[in-house]
Write a protein that binds this ligand. Sequence first.
Ligand code: FES
Ligand code: FES
Length: 182
Amino acid sequence: MEIDITLNGAKRTFEAERSDSLLDVLRCNGYTGAKRGCDTGNCGFCTVVVDGEPERSCIKPVATIDGATVETIESLGTQDDLHPIQAAFVDNAALQCGFCIPGMIMQTRSLLADTPDPTEAEIRDGLSGNLCRCTGYEKIIDAVQDAAGRMNDEQTVATDGGDTVVAPNACSNDGCPRGERR
Ligand code: FES
Ligand code: FES
C-alpha cells in the first residue's frame, strides 16, 4: 500500500505493508533518529509527533495515519546548528549513551508547545513515559527547564519563527530488511 504523509514539512509517499508501524516505515526510509527500544510502546525511545501530538511510533500502525503530518528529530537542528532543546540537553550534560534522547526531545517539544513555562512537576509528568537507563533524570529535568527559557527568549526576539530543517536524501525501501535499518 502507499502512504501519503507530510514528513518534516515535505509531502512524501511511502510504500508500506499494511502491518507496518510508523517506526518501521521511518527507519526503512532513512529516518533513523527515532530509536527502536522496547517495540511495545513502553520506553518512549521511538517518540515522534503526529498531527501535533507525541506518539509511540513503534505501535502506531502506519495504515492509520495516511494524510497526517509527522515530525521526527530530523526536523530539528543539525550538528552545527542545534535546536534550542537539543542545545539545552547538550549544555546540561543530560545525555550519556543518547539512545533515549531523540524520543525525550520530541516529547519535550510537545510539552513545551502546550506548556511553555512548565513547573518541575509538569516536566516530570510530561516525560514520565520516556525512560532513560543512564542519567537518573535530574539533568534531563534541568535541560527541559533550560530549553523552556531558551525558547521563550527566542520567541521574544523571533520575527519569522525560524527555518525548518528537512532531512536530506531519505532513501527508498529498496534493500531495507523490514524495519531494521539502524
Ligand atoms: S520502542 Fe516504541 S515505546 Fe519503546
Ligand atoms: S542517555 Fe542512555 S538511555 Fe538515556
